[in-house]
Design a protein around this ligand. Structure first.
Ligand SMILES: [Fe+2]
Length: 312
């Protein structure tokens, strides 16, 4: 049997993983292969194309001045606002020319090892379905808008594109040491909810921020959340909340810095010293932090989502 250890440096073959390495075992629909790819991208009707257009226009009204320049450039390079849900084949062709990545359709969430395998081979797995009008503002599962609008523009940036591939490769090691939670925190605080310095300003590059209107303003402008310079070791010890605005955001100096911090880190040593549970609460500020903004946590203290608290 092929194990995670054997395939550590060979990312061409999908590794066989025992079921207990999965953080959330998933049942594979019968029509999908072992790669969990949908045979083709979904066909969207005009009402679904209109949902894409409305989501796109809403975000593009909000994001200038909040989103990272690399993200704004990426949406233009890929022409994501040409109307309707973008065709994955066309985006892949454009991306391939820019950074050698492609976008592949998958059903909702896929197992961790398959996700890592695609990333390690510069393929971004994107949800095939699009949200409904009823779930226009918030969905739990990543849909095509979150995945393609939120994530794919950043893959036009060469350094960020390399970081994503390295992240996929790092997944093998995290599974070997049973430290997927820690590596998941790094993904969460960078790829989903990352901020970057541009001059004296903070801008968002994380897809979880960029694919919704509220968190784009909250993460960059609000007084409530902490904004702390990213340190990979610290982030991998930090808990995160999945169903509400973040109490803390981590800020990178540049994508080069993020890439360097990740590839130069000795993950073997880190994982050996890392406890299985998180050390720091998601609202904590600790001694070693380089704090850009110490949050008031007013939003959290007033009860967060569901309490009616304003995201201030
Ligand atoms: Fe995402």
């Amino acid at each position: 049997m092929v194990t995670a250890t054997d395939t550590e440096s060979d990312f061409t073959t999908l590794p066989e993983m025992p079921a207990d390495v999965f953080t959330a075992p998933l049942k594979k629909p019968g029509h999908l292969g072992e790669d969990w790819l949908e045979p083709a991208q979904a066909v969207y009707d005009s009402a679904q194309d209109a949902i894409w257009d409305d989501l796109f226009n809403r975000q593009m009204d909000v994001l200038p001045g909040l989103a990272a320049s690399a993200f704004m450039r990426g949406t233009e390079k890929l022409d994501l606002g040409r109307g309707g849900v973008p065709d994955f084949a066309r985006i892949s062709e454009e991306l391939d020319k820019l950074t050698g990545w492609s976008v592949v359709p998958v059903p909702m969430l896929i197992p961790d090892h398959v996700f890592f395998w695609h990333l390690a081979n510069r393929r971004f797995p994107a949800g095939n379905f699009i949200r409904t009008r009823e779930t226009f503002d918030y969905i739990q599962e990543p849909d095509v808008f979150h995945d393609v609008f939120g994530h794919v523009p950043m893959l036009t940036d060469p350094t960020y594109a390399d970081y994503m591939q390295e992240y996929g490769k790092a997944g093998w090691k995290a599974m070997k040491y049973n430290r997927l939670k820690a590596l998941g925190a790094l993904y969460w605080y960078t790829v989903e909810f990352g901020l970057i310095l541009e001059g004296d300003d903070v801008r968002a590059y994380g897809a979880g921020i960029l694919s919704g209107p509220t968190e784009a303003v909250f993460s960059v402008k609000a007084a409530s959340p902490n904004r702390i310079m990213l340190n990979v070791d610290r982030v991998m010890r930090t808990d995160y909340v999945i169903s509400d605005l973040q109490p803390t955001y981590f800020v990178i100096e540049s994508f080069e810095d993020l890439y360097r911090q990740t590839v130069e880190r000795d993950f073997d040593r880190l994982y050996r010293n890392l406890s299985p549970a998180f050390t720091y609460a998601n609202s904590a500020v600790i001694d070693v932090d380089n704090v850009l903004h110490r949050g008031s946590q007013e939003y959290l203290l007033r009860g967060g989502r569901g309490s009616g608290a304003a995201p201030v």
